[in-house]
Design a protein around this ligand. Sequence first.
Ligand SMILES: C[S@@+](CC[C@H](N)C(=O)[O-])C[C@H]1O[C@@H](n2cnc3c(N)ncnc32)[C@H](O)[C@@H]1O
Length: 207
Amino acid sequence: MSGKHFDRAAAGWDQQQSRVELAARIADGISSTLPLHKNMTALEYGCGTGLVGLTLAPKLAQLTAVDTSSGMLEVLARKIKEEKIANVTPLRLDLLQESLTERFDLIFCAMTLHHIKEAVQLLARFCDLLKGGGYLAVADLQAEDGSFHDAGADGIMHHGFHSEDLVKTVKGLGLHEVSAKEVHAIIKTSDTGVERPYPVFLLTGRK
Ligand SMILES: C[S@@+](CC[C@H](N)C(=O)[O-])C[C@H]1O[C@@H](n2cnc3c(N)ncnc32)[C@H](O)[C@@H]1O
């Protein structure tokens, strides 16, 4: 899906209950796996409308919420204003093109990695941006056969990932305490009425 697709989808993004539920499961998975605390500075990459980030922000000192879609960031900015949230800063940035000077105690990325062709390069960038002892959390689709997204959807760079391969990749990038577990399964119904689960993993590690 192109950036324009996400711009167009932004206004109705939170209306789809399955997305809200998935984000809640991912946020729960991060909270129950990592020792979040109120002194932590965090970066969320591919924050969308903030479904995951705004759930975790009350447990953190500061969250920089990054996305490349201005439409998504506008929805997030509206929520921040309406809900008077003081510790979340939306930022339009492509980390593969530009970097940040700040380093973070936590970086998380939910359902975004499969949109990034240079996924390993992005994971390496996350590792660079972590402080020593900082935590990484990446949630995405377990490898699937390409049936998850609608036919013709653009911007789908990976049909999910084998989480055990990503664990090896992230260990190779120098993180330790790396593991992955299933946090949710998205249920989709085929044209013939057959229900099928698409598991979502949460990978975590520490610099
Ligand atoms: C499937 S949505 C997930 C949004 C949010 N994390 C959630 O769970 O609701 C993917 C998000 O990644 C963003 N995105 C796509 N390509 C990106 C890139 N190269 N850099 C940063 N964000 C990107 C999209 O704009 C979109 O907001």
